[in-house]
Design a binder for this molecule. Structure first.
Ligand code: IPM
Ligand code: MN
Length: 353
C-alpha cells in the first residue's frame, strides 16, 4: 500500500491531476496494487489567503510519503518567483530530488513541428541535475538601483552533486538499453570551471564503472540545433540544471508540446515528485479544455519509479493508443475532446492494452 501526496496546485493543475488520478486508479486496479492519497492545498490561493507557501509542518509530512503527485504551480496574482522558489524549487531542494528526469518521446499520431521526423526519430531522455548549478541562489547584488549596479549569480557544481547525477544517468542509460549512449551536454569552451569538473567526472565514472556505455559530448548550443536537425542522435542526455531546464522546453515542443511533456523530480532513496512540466495555464483554468496527458504520463512515471513497471507500461500504451487514434491535436481546446473526456479515453484504452 503506497502513500501518495497529491498537490493539485494552481490554475489548470487541479483539472489535469483529477484525470491523472482517474487513470492511476484504473491502472493500479488492473495491475493489482493499492495506494492511498492525501491532498494538500499548497499554491497561490492558499498563499494569498494565509501567506503560507510551504509550512514546515507540511514539509515534514511530505517526507513521510512514497511519492508526490503535483499539478502546477504559478498564480497570475502572485509575483513571479515567489511560488516557484517557495514551493516548487523548495520541494526539489528540501527533498533532495537531485534528478529531473524528462523523457522526450514523440507518440504515434502526434504532430511535431520538426519536418520529416517521426516517433522512431524522437525518443530520448534528459537527465537534468536538479539541486545545483544556477538554481542555488548563490551570489548577490551590489549598489542595486544605481548605475553602478552589480548582479552576480553563481553556478554551483560540487563533485558530489555532479557525480551522483552522472551515476544516475549512466545507470539509467544502461537500464533503458536502447543505444547505450550517454551524451554530456555542457559548454566546456566557455564555462571552463564548471564543465571541466563535469567532463572529468563523466569520463572517470564512465571508464571505471560503465565501460559498456558509449560516451558523447555536445555543447548546449549545438544540442539545440541537433535536437531539431537530428533528434535521432540522442539516447540519454545528462546536463546541469539551467541547461536542462532550457533544452527540455525545446524537447517538449518537438514531442508535441506542453500537453504531453511529463517529468519526475527524483531522489532515488527518498521522496520523488512527478509533474506535467507545463505551467498552470491560467487562461484555460476551469474550462475543461486543457490536455491532461502530460499529467497522466507523469502518473505513469511515478508508478514506474515506485517499482510498478507493469502499470506504468500500461499507462504509456494507453496514452499512445489515444494519441494514435483519437485526438485531433494535443493543444488545449483543439483536442476534439474535453479534459475529462481525454481522461476517460485513456481509462477505456487501458482495458485493451
Ligand atoms: C521547470 C520550470 C521551473 C524550473 C521554474 C518554474 C522554476 O521551468 O520545471 O522546468 O526552472 O525548473
Ligand atoms: Mn522549465
Amino acid at each position: 500500500m503506497y502513500k501518495i501526496a497529491v498537490l493539485p496546485g494552481d490554475g489548470t493543475g487541479p483539472e489535469v491531476v483529477k484525470e491523472g488520478l482517474k487513470v492511476m486508479e484504473a491502472a493500479s486496479q488492473k495491475a493489482g496494487f493499492r495506494y492511498e492519497t492525501v491532498t494538500y492545498d499548497l499554491g497561490g490561493e492558499r498563499y494569498m489567503k494565509t501567506g503560507e507557501i510551504l509550512p514546515e509542518s507540511v514539509l515534514e509530512e511530505l517526507k513521510t510519503f512514497d511519492a508526490i503527485y503535483l499539478g502546477a504551480i504559478g498564480h497570475p496574482d502572485v509575483k513571479p518567483g515567489i511560488l516557484e522558489k517557495g514551493l516548487l524549487l523548495a520541494l526539489r531542494f528540501e527533498l533532495d530530488q537531485y534528478i529531473n528526469l524528462r523523457p522526450v518521446k514523440l507518440y504515434p499520431g502526434v504532430y511535431t513541428p520538426v519536418k520529416d521526423k517521426g516517433p522512431e526519430d524522437i525518443d530520448f531522455v534528459v537527465v537534468r541535475e536538479n539541486t545545483e548549478g544556477l538554481y542555488t541562489g548563490t551570489g548577490g547584488a551590489l549598489k542595486k538601483g544605481t548605475s553602478e549596479e552589480v548582479a552576480i549569480q553563481t553556478s554551483v557544481n560540487t563533485r558530489k552533486g555532479v557525480e551522483r547525477c552522472l551515476r544516475y544517468a549512466f545507470e539509467y542509460t544502461k537500464r533503458r538499453g536502447k543505444r547505450n549512449t550517454l551524451t554530456l551536454v555542457g559548454k566546456t569552451n566557455v564555462l571552463t570551471h564548471a564543465f571541466d569538473l563535469w567532463e572529468r567526472a563523466f569520463n572517470e565514472i564512465g571508464d571505471d564503472e560503465f565501460g559498456e556505455i558509449k560516451r558523447e559530448y555536445a555543447h548546449v548550443d549545438a544540442t539545440c540545433m541537433w535536437m531539431v536537425k537530428n533528434p535521432e542522435w540522442f539516447d540519454v542526455i545528462v546536463t546541469d540544471n539551467m541547461f536542462g531546464d532550457i533544452i527540455t522546453d525545446l524537447g517538449a515542443m518537438i514531442q508535441g508540446g506542453m500537453g504531453i511533456a511529463a517529468g519526475g523530480n527524483i531522489n532515488p532513496k527518498g521522496v520523488s515528485m512527478f509533474e506535467p512540466i507545463g505551467g498552470s495555464a491560467p487562461k484555460y483554468t476551469g474550462k475543461n479544455v486543457i490536455n491532461p496527458l502530460a499529467a497522466i504520463c507523469a502518473a505513469g512515471m511515478m508508478f514506474d519509479t515506485l517499482g510498478q513497471h507493469e502499470a506504468a507500461d500500461t499507462i504509456e500504451k494507453a496514452v499512445m493508443a489515444v494519441t494514435a487514434g483519437k485526438l485531433e491535436s494535443l493543444s488545449a481546446g483543439k483536442m476534439g475532446y474535453s479534459t475529462e473526456e481525454v481522461g476517460d479515453l485513456v481509462v477505456d484504452a487501458l482495458g485493451g492494452v
